[in-house]
Design a protein around this ligand. Structure first.
Ligand SMILES: Cc1ncc(COP(=O)(O)O)c(C=O)c1O
Length: 382
């Protein structure tokens, strides 16, 4: 985490640096379609002053149950869904609920989303399973099985698809294999699907194949619905055989202890869910085009190789020259005023010598980033 403080410190002395690391859709003009936004603007906010319920608005949870059915072909009833302060709070609730009374560990994809790693570490032991660049960033299943043999106390497996930071979208085949392994080793699946509709090809949810395996399903409104400022997410508990009858009551206890999540945000979410499919498809088309453009530009740079992202807002190129990624990101910021995060912050070996770019910016800005990277690699040599 030290590298982020260092980058922050450098950034403070550089006015108007270009941030190619910020996955905040509205900042780059990606907002809800006008008619939906107008409905939100008409809300009488003074109507929502009272405490919300611990699990969230019933109608909203009904709509989310329908959305899960549509995206995952599986039913999670509204009474097993709880609204959260973003997926971020969903992480801490999840790891607390699964690990507060035992000493198990959790298998986390490498590379992975940093706040997820941090929250998992608060409540459990963690270990990483490799997602290999040579496997198009898919999980290395043999290595996963070998590690499960080594760590028999493992209780849960995290899956992120579309993946942050790699942009991988797992196929049905890979997901079925992962679920099989989870079944063999008696693992609960934790699935983070915050980028679900932002897939450039067919999206498949791990939940679809879970059958009797327990799943904690995490999703939210920050990406597909472009509302990160309202800090709204949701957690669904799926355990058809009631293998773990204590998990839901404990989640309820945790959520009751923090009362509920902001009521106006939930009211806005109900409206956002009615946005036209066309508006979401336009958003996906725009980010897909930018991702392809950025990837093609990267492929023309000596010293860079890149696996094209299949979804989400990230491109995760490898520096093939012998240059340290942390040093390169500091150099890019100091010399060219481009803020980009070093891959090694996202995990162990597979993420080393990578850079994580967010491709939501304008084409002009993305091109500026490409030019800076080109010049930096020329200057730093091999
Ligand atoms: C994989 C992943 N999960 C969760 C989040 C954060 O979600 P939220 O804004 O709902 O807390 C992000 C944000 O970038 C993410 O990349």
């Amino acid at each position: 985490m030290g590298i982020f403080s260092e980058l922050e410190k450098i950034a403070q002395s550089i006015p108007n640096y270009l941030n190619l690391s910020n996955c905040d859709p509205p900042v780059y003009g990606y907002v809800l379609e006008k008619s939906t936004q107008q409905k939100i603007d008409q809300l009488q906010i003074s109507k929502f002053l009272g405490y919300p319920s611990w699990n969230g608005d019933e109608k909203l949870r009904q709509s989310l149950s329908q959305r899960i059915q549509k995206m995952c072909n599986v039913e999670i009833l509204p009474d097993k869904i709880v609204m959260t302060y973003g997926v971020s709070e969903g992480f801490s609730l999840t790891f607390d609920a699964l690990f507060h009374n035992n000493s198990g560990s959790v298998a986390i994809p490498d590379p992975s989303y940093i706040p997820l790693i941090v929250q998992a570490q608060r409540f459990s032991n963690i270990w990483f399973y490799t997602c290999g660049e040579e496997l198009n960033w898919n999980p290395d299943l043999d290595q996963l099985v070998t590690s499960l043999e080594k760590y028999p106390e493992t209780k849960a497996l995290v899956i992120i698809t579309p993946n942050s930071p790699t942009g991988a979208v797992y196929s049905e085949k890979i997901l079925k294999e992962l679920i099989n392994i989870a079944g063999q080793y008696n693992l609960t699946i934790i699935t983070d699907e915050i980028y679900d509709s932002l897939s450039f090809s067919k999206f498949v949810s791990p939940l679809e194949f879970a059958q009797e395996i327990p799943v904690i399903y995490l999703n939210g409104f920050s990406k597909v619905y472009r509302l990160p400022g309202y800090r709204l997410g949701y957690l669904g508990w799926y355990d058809p055989l009631e293998k773990y009858p204590n998990v839901w009551p404990y989640l309820k206890h945790l959520c009751k202890a923090r009362l509920g999540v902001t009521s106006i945000a939930q009211e806005i979410a109900k409206i956002a869910l009615q946005e036209s499919q066309e508006a979401i498809l336009n958003f996906v088309e725009s980010i897909h085009k930018k991702s392809v453009f950025f990837t093609e530009q990267l492929q023309s740079i000596h010293g860079i190789s890149v696996v094209p992202a299949q979804g989400g807002t990230y491109v995760f190129p490898k520096i093939t020259y012998n240059i340290d990624d942390e040093m390169l990101s500091k150099y890019l910021l100091k010399t060219y005023k481009i803020y980009v995060t070093p891959g090694s912050a996202y995990g162990l070996a597979p993420a080393k010598n990578h850079l994580r770019f967010v491709t939501l910016e304008s084409y002009e800005a993305l091109f500026k980033g490409i030019n800076a990277l080109k010049k930096a690699l020329q200057a730093l040599g091999k």
